[in-house]
Ligand binder design. Sequence first.
Ligand SMILES: [Zn+2]
Length: 324
Amino acid sequence: MARHVSQSSVASRCLHAAVVAMLMTSIFTSAGSVQAADVRHTEGEHLKPTGRGSGEHDPSGLTERHALRFSSFSANDISYHGGPVMLGTVNLYYIWYGAWDFTTDNTNTILNDFGRYIGATAYFNINTTYYDLARRAVSGAVGFTVPNDVIDSGSHGTALTDAAVQDIVSNALTSGRLPTDPNGVYFVLTSKEITETSGFCTQYCAWHTYGTINNANIKFGFVGNPLRCPSACSAQTVTPNRNEGADAMANLIAHELAESATDPNLNAWFDRSGLENADKCAWTFGATKTTQNGSQYNVMFGARQWLLQQNWINRGRGFCTLTN
Ligand SMILES: [Zn+2]
């Protein structure tokens, strides 16, 4: 059986949509086969495939090649590497970082609706096709119950390092302002004044990882403000909810939340090139419809229209889709 060579030299660069499409159609392995021994896993969120910049980012420093201790399972052009998935309800938390003013800006209203209603949608249930060693699957349930957010108006300045992002999460948990929840995913959502020095806007728009915080395994991520660099991180200028920043962030959160659920510790589900499920469909939107204001959308929930990137379903050889 033909094997795909591990893309270790490619994985740290942007895999444009065309390249991803080639990878997707090139080789399929049969169920139960053992994957090549070395897989390099980088983590991140692709920029829009504009041809500039590169795509992957690894805040946890796990980019070194590592021999798999587990015989990975490869069936639908994505492989299982033995680590846990998030079981039960995945609880979503927001940390609003920077100069947010929700008296004049409804980004929180829109993204709170996103958090409240994304669970158990046909869109998020794509993730229920991913499972662990005991064949226990991601549930598709998302919890978004108070207290689910906190504001940090700038404890670490306007230029954040990866370590600062973790520290911002840590502060929210150790102070007790947010619960320390191993089944949570905490996103640091930044206002448009805020940069992230490891490559926001040039190498990624968002990323997710995990770390030990408050003696617990905490899944967290960075979701940058796409208004800093709309050509790299926003899909359209006029948007379904009439707030480009919020709508573009929803698209990024959908991606990172899917990956957090199916690959929380970066050792569960990803392909030969280190692409997690949502990475394989980044910036592809499938069939879209036009809203009353002329913008495009492809998913509806919570009485709102959204334009969300597709996700890879772990079934039928795998493919990018909007529904499970
Ligand atoms: Zn990703």
